[in-house]
Design a protein around this ligand. Structure first.
Ligand SMILES: Cc1cc2nc3c(=O)[nH]c(=O)nc-3n(C[C@H](O)[C@H](O)[C@H](O)COP(=O)(O)OP(=O)(O)OC[C@H]3O[C@@H](n4cnc5c(N)ncnc54)[C@H](O)[C@@H]3O)c2cc1C
Length: 459
């Protein structure tokens, strides 16, 4: 249904979901292309509030606003300027990491932090304060934002920066769209010698070895992550494959790549079939996949050259892969625990394996220092992310139990992945929540900005 009033941009009633395709809800969506469009919708307001949405790559309900207004930011995506002396890019918040890489990698610049997909907007990357494989080396995305422009609850534009408005700036970084609509940002890009990476691969037979090797490799490489097999038991529990890499110097490249070292080839996308039956990814198919994937990896290999796209975004090669989980969708469960709570990683794998919660995408990574943002997810310690199909018997209770263990260990759940956390755990997991709320209430006294997730997590 399309609805429009005098002087308004046309807006439609649209059903939205997150990437996990659970919890759909319907909102009035407006595709905005300029700051005035955003200001108009924010000023008009709605009894059900307003929310910005990027490319919808958060997994749960954080980019949805049932019955309210949702601003689709992806078409507000211009590059305003780039300074090669400082690496500072001034860009609209709807620009994607993909478009920045496409424009700047051939010029020798890369995003400072990239999540596991290129299909995220700058606004979404700031609002979730996303992390990449280099978190241990350079921190989260917000650490590389010099300033941002925000349409606040009163419909005016404010420029926020860590120096001039630290409270408001850091409440917006990781603030999940609840302090206002980010319309533009200045982000420092990273200079790179080539578009290829020099990669080391290590296969480890169990969790202790996997963690110990990751600690070592963090010292040696800028980008480190481990794929983990979550269906194994006993001494092989948590076996996995670590990939660690760095952008390759031109001198390390084979002749054909050295001839054009910054060439960027995102690779062809393989489509998923239009109809995927429920249960395609089950305990048995995933166990077979995991076995093959584990065996395929070399026990130890160094100096392998990989393209940027293969190293950072292998899943982007399979278009719409989230539909492989069937119409019921899937949950991504991602938590972080401090070093002292590392045992929770083992317990989570054991408990989920015990109920047959097959995850073909298990990722383990060690974080470095946290950013100053009160709601930012990363903290020093271990983060485990698992994709689990919904409908596994006992899943909800098991995840509830794990939430408690994570909270008791001083850890937290990642809001950008969450679709199911209960409100009682939020203050324990995010101990600076009250501080964030005070800044947010000051920035948006009438509570204009709301999401389904925000409503769900209200005490
Ligand atoms: C395959 C895959 C791999 C991923 N890997 C990682 C990873 O390695 N690390 C990681 O940290 N995350 C990862 N993510 C999660 C993803 O990076 C975040 O959810 C990110 O926020 C998505 O950006 P988006 O533009 O799609 O935002 P959306 O999902 O549309 O929105 C996310 C949140 O940002 C807010 N928001 C969006 N735009 C704006 C704006 N302009 N102003 C204010 N608020 C805004 C929304 O209101 C919402 O709360 C992954 C996701 C996928 C699908």
């Amino acid at each position: 249904m399309t609805v429009s009033g005098a002087g308004e941009r046309s807006r439609s009633r649209t059903t939205l979901t997150g990437w996990g395709r659970t919890s759909p809800s319907s909102a009035y969506t407006t595709a905005v292309t300029q700051p005035d469009d955003v200001m108009e919708v924010v000023r008009r307001g709605s009894s059900r509030g307003v929310l910005a949405r990027g490319l919808g790559r958060s997994y749960g309900d954080s980019a949805q606003n049932a019955g309210g207004e949702v601003l689709l930011m992806e078409h507000m995506a211009s590059t305003h300027s780039f300074d090669p002396d400082t690496g500072i890019l001034d860009v609209d918040a709807g620009a994607s990491v993909d478009s920045i890489i496409t424009e700047f990698l051939p010029r020798g610049w890369f995003v400072p932090v990239s999540p596991g997909t290129r299909a995220v907007t700058v606004g979404g990357a700031i609002a979730a304060d996303v992390h990449g494989k280099n978190h241990h080396a350079v921190g989260s995305f917000g650490m590389h934002v010099r300033s941002l422009d925000l349409v606040a609850g009163d419909g005016t534009v404010r420029t926020l920066s860590p120096e001039s408005t630290p409270d408001q700036f850091w409440a917006t970084v990781g603030g999940m769209g609840l302090t206002g609509v980010i319309i533009r940002a200045r982000v420092t890009l990273q200079k790179v010698p080539s578009s290829s990476l020099l990669v080391e691969t290590q296969r480890c037979d169990g969790l202790d070895e996997l963690m110990a090797r990751q600690v070592e490799l963090d010292q040696q490489h800028r980008y480190v992550v481990a794929w983990i097999d979550c269906l194994t038991k006993g001494p092989r529990l948590g076996r996995g494959v670590i990939t660690a890499g760095d952008f390759a110097a031109v001198s390390a490249l084979p002749a054909e790549r050295a001839a054009d070292p910054l060439a960027y080839e995102p690779g062809r996308k393989v489509p998923t079939p239009p109809f995927v039956p429920s249960g395609l990814l089950n305990r048995f198919s995933v166990a077979a996949f995991n076995e093959a994937w584990f065996r395929k990896a070399p026990r130890s290999k160094t100096d392998e050259i990989q393209s940027m796209a293969t190293f950072f975004h292998p899943l982007d090669g399979v278009q719409g892969w989230n539909r492989l989980y069937g119409p019921a969708g899937f949950v991504q469960y991602q938590f972080v625990v401090p070093e002292s709570g590392a045992e929770v990683v083992r317990t989570a794998i054991e408990r989920l394996s015990a109920i047959g919660a097959a995850s073909f995408l298990g990722v383990l990574k060690r974080f470095g220092d946290a950013s100053p943002a009160p709601l930012s997810f990363p903290m020093p310690g271990w983060t485990l992310a698992l994709d689990i199909p919904t409908g596994v018997v006992g899943l909800a209770d098991t995840l509830d139990d794990l939430d408690e263990l994570v909270a008791q260990a001083g850890g937290r759940i990642y809001l950008a992945k969450d679709s199911r956390l209960r409100p009682r755990w939020l203050p324990a997991m995010y101990p600076r929540l009250a501080e964030w709320r005070a800044v947010r209430d000051d920035m948006d006294p009438h509570g204009v900005f709301v999401s389904d997730q925000f409503r769900r997590l209200q005490p």
